[in-house]
Design a protein around this ligand. Structure first.
Ligand code: MG
Length: 339
């Protein structure tokens, strides 16, 4: 079975613009994997701080396409994706784009949704969080209004005006909050004091409070925190779980960090064996990568999959939200159509 392979970017000259007036954009690459007229879609999202670029993705895809073109059995994902993984270290988003396109293609060739192929219960999807950035009080209040259909708010904090931000939110809503610090708290004692302050404010968990490499302090905080602590930047791939398992209550799995759906599923299973909670998250992504991640969401405790809601130029129709709950469709593969 021969697979032809046509990588191309659709956003090179038209980068994403995040909604709500933020003047940021994220480069992405959309790929198509074709077999006898059936096309699987994949996506690499490339936030600059993670070190991948259009150029690096295309260079990786060029090499990987030789393996895919010679692939005899694309259904043997374990072998095929392992071979692609070994081509070069890192390149996680480029690898994820291939993984997603393969899953989409395989689902379409079998006329099955990926959630069915993974054995998920469609109704068990979680609610997605709705993200509030660090902003002025009026902007935060407007964003809360914009996200009124969503049941859980995700709040970014950085150690500067944290209490004021939370007080602003609590002046208008008592919805549950997930906190994401993005490594922004400099000191473990201050972090603990802040978490204790947050503990009676309907906060569900705190993500990546401290620097990603400081697992000693992460463990100190883990042993004292009254709220569950999730690792995001401290964990990328399956093999990292072992290092952080005694430092956090849960992990944030993102396809762009872990090379895609195949490895994400293995991470979920391993996390469960270790009694770790699981959050499935995203970068700024179109509904292509979001719908891919959503296929696995029935296995997770929480989802942070609002990435496509925050962009103005979404190329795909895919999974939807019903009062904030992820709603999978029955379309084969990852359930997306190009607009
Ligand atoms: Mg995070």
């Amino acid at each position: 079975m021969k697979l032809s392979y046509t990588p191309h970017t659709l956003y090179f000259k038209r980068p994403f613009k995040i909604a709500h007036g933020m003047r940021t954009s994220t480069p992405i690459v959309i790929i198509e994997l074709e077999h006898e007229g059936v096309i699987g879609y994949g996506e690499a999202s490339l936030p600059p701080y993670l070190g991948e670029s259009h150029e690096s993705v295309f260079a990786f895809l060029k090499t990987a396409s030789l393996i895919i073109a010679d692939c005899i059995n694309p259904f043997d994902l374990d072998s095929l994706l392992n071979e692609i993984d070994l081509l070069a270290p890192n390149n996680s988003a480029a690898k994820a784009s291939i993984d997603i396109a393969l899953h989409d293609l395989i689902g379409k060739l079998q006329n099955k949704s990926c959630w069915q192929l993974f054995g998920a219960e469609k109704k068990n999807t979680p609610f997605t969080t709705y993200t509030l950035g660090i902003d002025e009080p009026d902007v935060i209040k407007q964003k809360i209004e914009d996200g009124r259909d969503y049941k859980i708010l995700k709040v970014k904090l950085n150690g500067e005006n944290d209490k004021a931000i939370i007080n602003t939110i609590r002046s208008v809503t008592d919805k549950p909050i997930a906190i994401d610090v993005n490594q922004g708290w400099q000191n473990k004692e201050k972090a603990l004091l802040m978490i204790e302050w947050l503990a009676n404010k309907n906060v569900l968990f705190v993500e990546q409070a401290l620097s990603k490499n400081n697992l000693e302090d992460a463990r100190w905080l883990f042993e004292r925190s009254p709220l569950p602590l999730y690792a995001d930047e401290s964990i990328q791939r399956f093999t990292d779980i072992h290092n952080i398992k005694d430092c956090f209550h849960g992990i944030n799995i993102k396809l762009m960090k872990c090379t895609g759906m195949h490895e994400a599923f293995k991470m979920i299973k391993r996390a469960r064996e270790l009694q770790l909670k699981v959050l499935i998250g995203c970068m700024s992504e179109t509904s292509c990568a979001i719908s891919a991640a959503a296929q696995l969401s029935p296995f997770t405790d929480y989802a942070d999959l609002d990435g496509a809601l925050l962009i103005k130029n979404n190329l795909f129709d895919g999974i939807t939200f019903t009062d904030g709950k992820i709603t999978l469709n029955d379309s084969p593969g990852i359930g997306v159509t190009l607009k």
